[in-house]
Design a protein around this ligand. Structure first.
Ligand SMILES: Cc1cc2nc3c(=O)[nH]c(=O)nc-3n(C[C@H](O)[C@H](O)[C@H](O)COP(=O)(O)O)c2cc1C
Length: 195
């Protein structure tokens, strides 16, 4: 009797300083699972064994921007796997506050930061998503809270440090995940998609 086919496995690797990118990665994994794929999560900051290997039919890497750069652990991981990632359907999700700003200048800056990541790593994902993150005032230490409040004020964002503010467009995240699922299952060409 023929064995049932196991669903394509997808790795969702992420780096997250204050939790928003982890939430984004979890939502992407949930959508992929709901569409019949088998998504594994991997925290790039944790010292767990690196699960990446040829079994994966697709890879999503999510990282956030802090002081003008994505996390070093995400950069090093993508650098180490650039060749394999290049031959696997792969996507990069960049989470930042700049992505919450709808101006041409902010869009250009976000694109520049994503380009810097792909240039430095040598990995050129099929799809990219610039995703608005969050201000998690209540989780920051005092110095970070003061700094982020100043930056928020400069950008016209909420400055009440007693309330966290989430800018993430969850519909865009889910749409992105559906597009990536279609790429992995061969229902769509892997073209660059910037939401
Ligand atoms: C100390 C600090 C520095 C940050 N620097 C930037 C930055 O340079 N550009 C930007 O767009 N967002 C910046 N952000 C915003 C983060 O990218 C945003 O809060 C994101 O949601 C963080 O995701 P994470 O919690 O998963 O790390 C910064 C946030 C913090 C706390």
């Amino acid at each position: 009797m023929p064995q049932p086919l196991s669903p394509p496995r997808v790795l969702v690797a992420y780096a997250s300083n204050h939790g928003q990118t982890r939430l984004v990665a979890e939502r992407i994994a949930a959508v992929l699972d709901a569409l019949g794929l088998d998504a594994d999560m991997h925290d790039l900051e944790a010292r767990a064994a690196d699960p990446f290997g040829p079994d994966y039919a697709g890879v999503v890497v999510a990282a956030s921007i802090h002081a003008g750069h994505h996390q070093k652990c995400a950069k090093h991981w993508a650098q180490a796997h650039a060749a394999s990632l290049g031959s696997t359907p792969s996507a990069f999700v960049s989470v930042s506050l700049t992505a919450a700003d709808d101006s041409d200048e902010a869009r250009a800056q976000t694109t520049q930061l994503i380009d810097a990541f792909t240039d430095e790593t040598g990995w050129h994902p099929l799809q990219t998503l610039a995703c608005a993150g969050a201000l998690r005032y209540r989780e920051y230490d005092v110095a970070t809270r003061v700094l982020m409040r100043l930056i928020a004020r400069r950008h016209g964002q909420p400055t009440d440090v007693h309330r966290d503010v989430e800018f993430t467009d969850w519909d865009a995240v889910e749409q992105f995940a559906r597009g990536f699922s279609a790429t992995v299952t061969g229902q769509k060409d892997g073209s660059t998609l910037v939401c």
